[in-house]
Design a protein around this ligand. Structure first.
Ligand SMILES: [Zn+2]
Length: 281
């Protein structure tokens, strides 16, 4: 009987090990990735909706008119103008309605419309600048570079190509129209806003893709009430977009979340209701 050859045994063991490894790899169940874990984390409070529902009669500027819903088909007989057996409605509303996106063309003639904003601009690091304590003291408060520096001392330099939002807790006044617009006897609205210094830093130095806030305007109410929108106009003309009338910014961390910012692809649209969600780390 021939003696087993040493190298042959080593080769056989190696081959068996390789086969076992290959089998293990091939039969391994698909990995649950971090993204998938985040996307399926609703029950664990890992997904936060930053969007207000919109509806006829919600707080809005009188001049823009209210939303109208016309039932064309309705489940209840006699309600739909065309028929029954299904629900199908015609909606009439101004583009900038409820939580909404403003595209660069909103203030920059010839600039990009909502359909021209790219899909890669809709998934962004979420940076939350928190001014809600200052706003409680002073509804006319505007975010300062000191607020930005405070964020950066804790979390590092604001990442490039981010979605930077202003947490003022103003959305907690919704849907009380009088509290939300906070207009005084002279017709001046007292709502917090952005500042030129901060917007210039975010858009020019940090290459922000978008900004967002809980109020109806980028500019503080005392400026917007005069019918001029210098900060909104400047920001949009940098080929950036913005989301207005956000909510639940008190439920997301100052840093580390990812925002998914979406809206219908309206050809040539200057603005449209948006759906914004945050995926928490
Ligand atoms: Zn707007």
């Amino acid at each position: 009987m021939a003696r087993p050859c040493g190298p042959c045994i080593a080769l056989a063991v190696l081959a068996a090990a390789a086969t076992a490894l290959l089998t293990a790899i091939l039969l391994r169940p698909p990995e649950t990735t971090a993204v998938l874990r985040a996307l399926t984390g609703w029950e664990r409070g890992k997904i936060v909706d930053l969007t207000l529902p919109f509806y006829p009669g919600m707080p809005h500027r009188e001049a823009l008119g209210d939303e109208v819903i016309e039932p064309l088909f309705a489940h209840k007989p006699g309600v739909g103008r065309i028929g029954t057996g299904a629900q199908l409605d015609r909606y009439t509303l101004v583009g900038q309605w409820g939580t909404h996106v403003d595209a660069p063309v909103h203030f920059g003639a010839g600039m990009r419309s909502v359909d021209q904003l790219r899909a890669d601009e809709m998934i962004l690091p979420l940076v939350v600048l928190d001014i809600h304590a200052a706003v409680q003291e002073n509804p006319d408060y505007v975010v300062s570079m000191d607020d930005v520096r405070r964020w950066e001392e804790q979390h590092g330099v604001i990442p490039e190509r981010a979605f930077i939002v202003l947490r003022s807790d103003w959305s907690k006044r919704w849907p009380d129209a009088s509290a939300y617009f906070n207009t005084d006897a002279q017709g001046i609205s007292h709502t917090p806003g952005w500042s030129e210094a901060v917007l210039r830093y975010l858009d020019l130095d940090r290459q922000a893709v978008a900004i967002g806030h809980e109020t109806p305007d980028t500019d503080p109410g005392v400026v917007a009430s005069a019918g001029t929108y210098p900060l909104e106009s400047w920001h949009l003309r940098q080929d950036r977009f913005q989301i207005e009338m956000l909510c639940n910014l008190d439920r997301v961390p100052a840093a580390g979340a990812v925002a998914i910012v979406t809206w219908p692809k309206v050809k040539g649209g200057s603005g449209f209701p948006a759906r914004v969600i945050a995926l928490l780390p």
